[in-house]
Design a protein around this ligand. Sequence first.
Ligand code: NAD
Length: 813
Amino acid sequence: MSTLLEIFKTMEYGPAPESPSAVNAWLDEHNRKFGLFINNEWVMPKGAKYFASHNPSNEELLAETVQAGQKEVDAAVAAARGAFESWNKTPGVVRARYLYAIARNVQKHHRLLAVLESMDNGKPIRESRDIDVPLLARHFYYYAGWAQLMETELRDYQSVGVVGQIIPWNFPLLMLGWKIAPAIAMGNTVVLKPAEFTPLTALLFTEICQGILPPGVVNIITGDGRTGAALVSAEVDKIAFTGSTEVGRILRRQTAGSGKKLSLELGGKSPFVVFEDADLDGAVEGVVDAIWFNQGQVCCAGSRLIVQENVAAKFIHKLKARMEHMRVGDPLDKAIDMGAIVDQSQWETVDQWVKTGVSEGAELFQPDIKLPEKGLFYRPTLLTGLDPAAAAVQEEIFGPVLVSLTFRTPTEAVELANNTRYGLAASVWSDNINLALDAASKIKAGSVWVNCTNQFDAASGFGGYRESGFGREGGKEGLFEYLRPKWMERPRPDFTPPAEGTKTTWGEHVPARPPMPSTQRANGSDKPRVDRTPKMYIGGKQVRPDGNYTLTVLDSGGEVIGQVGDGNRKDIRDAVEAAHAAHLSKPGWAMRHGYNRSQILYFIAENLDARNAEFVERIVEMTGRTRKSAQAEVDAAVERLFTYAAWADKYGGEVQETTLRGLTVAVNEPMGVVGIACPDEYPLLGFISLMAPAIARGNTVVMIPSQKHPLSATDFYQVLDTSDVPGGVVNIVTGDREHLVKTLVQHEDVDSIWYFGSAKGSYHVEYESAANMKRTWVGYGLPRDWMSREQGEGHEFLHEATQVKNIWVPTGE
Ligand code: NAD
């Protein structure tokens, strides 16, 4: 036993264990066997298979839960459907009281929830007690507020319906809160499936809700990926998923073309950038929080350390010294830094990644600290000396493993930070505010923490760029995942997706035979009309189609009225390249002031209006509609340009009221390069209604005009040419819409696709987008009244044109 003097000298402290007895009593009450929670009742399906949940720190059995099959999933969905009708009609101010009651009761059972979370997952009690459970309560308070305000602040929106929610094992309670609170606040009902390694706190949570919520509003089903897959194919209106990018891709394909809304919160490999002027000791503590929080099993873990070369040796030295003092052990010990890895399989995956890193040339550092003899513990690990392209640097390890790189200049730091297919989060450390904020604005990630890391709060959205998924959880922005515009019914596309694995064809295109000479109609003169073939519009220039083929354009009576270029893959590639150049050139379109973009949009409107009569004639000629109707379309197009000239400097974002002492700023950033396939109805207005919001918010676009009526779009070049639109901001490629959009959706450098064609095309766009998790917005071949302001403009369009980045900047000492 140590003497007081020895303790004083070494400053060692002993264990401070939390008792598991209350949790054990609760588990025993249930005979350590749990059913499914459907309609506020425990259901033990006959003949069900059970699987075990273990405590990863001592490998003891905690309890068994049901492996739900399709029948049980359907029963839970039916319960949620049954409850939806009345829950959805319950006034928001009443729903707010239910959410408030949940928040209060989470607080009342704070300790039980925290201890169970640590026992089931292996995370330190310090974290479950001080982070997971308080944030769970915070989410119910925050969204009780939005339920209260829904009818006044979100009056143009309605609930989505029944939502299937699937969550991972790393933050079982927190992910549950992120999913359930906004969903039920907005009048939806839910069926949630926790991860197979950590189902128990979700079940304890439902017991808390049992006395509060009406039956069927929240249903919990347990099981592995097969249960998740069954939920995705059930009669739900939306799937909200958090998990790996790999499974996210499966879900994107599984839901393609179904009209089910989808949000995906996926993996990451987030950079932690340390500039030479950073407070290095502070940054070392930051690294500890970034990568060893929750044993590194954090989607936004700062797992790629990027340090300025001239301070790298000093920083790594300090970091290693700090690692020597980390305490790894019993999650219920309040004095430990790191607990246990969730499962043996995950432990092995992590270990395999470390071996891969070493085989790729990494220098391995693991501190010489004591680990418990039993349990799934892993040493904090640092890999240095790797190439930026090494697999261990690029792939998500999801464990306590940090890789380290160096840079020389700020430009190189940003390049390295962005050298990843992910974009979930980033942490930037510098005492130079200009440098730090400049890097924060250039790094492509949904959350950027300046001189801090892993900050979360219900008032700020969280979610990814690129292959980290799409959609946001938290904040006001998170509500839109659980809402649909009021005018819109649940899309029910008229197309049955082919069975998975069936070979389908889409977008195959054989150029037409050379068209007949253009019409010789006299046009009031006895001389033939001067032949004119509109070209493509790429990089601000009219260019011939690469394939030198043309498509014939007919009027409503079947008469030839012109020809347009028949675009091919090369034309699309050229257009994407031009759009990229315009996005990035200095100052790129995105970097211009909103004021400048709004001036240009006003100028486009002015020039379109100057040629009003010509466009009216063109629409009459193409569509056979009345002059009055065509006139209304042109007038609406001019007005719409005015609308987005207005929005060009009014949708930048807002300051979020998080619990951080400092600023949390939500910036609505452009998506980047957006590929847009326009509808056939209202050929001019449809085109403008999609182009204008995209460019107003700083995107550059590749437009595929209506295939049937392309001539108003090709006439539109001249309007663009005279309106100071920089070359490459708007590119127009005519031709076979499906063929062209297929190339766009497969293009790695296109950030988002908007498609307003057929139901079949919508399916293919969604399906193909899974390859690099592009964000898509499709019309499912369903009607939209482009003339109405409610359906043809506004927030829905601005929302699609942007992605939210939250920048967290602490202030004060
Ligand atoms: P996972 O993708 O293997 O599993 C997640 C959930 O999906 C589990 O409930 C699982 O049972 C279920 N599932 C598995 N296959 C399925 C299928 N075919 N259909 C439907 N459901 C299926 O991920 P995981 O290993 O549990 O969690 C780790 C991953 O989660 C990491 O990649 C991490 O980055 C990510 N994550 C992301 C966030 C975020 O907000 N972006 C948060 C936490 C974790």
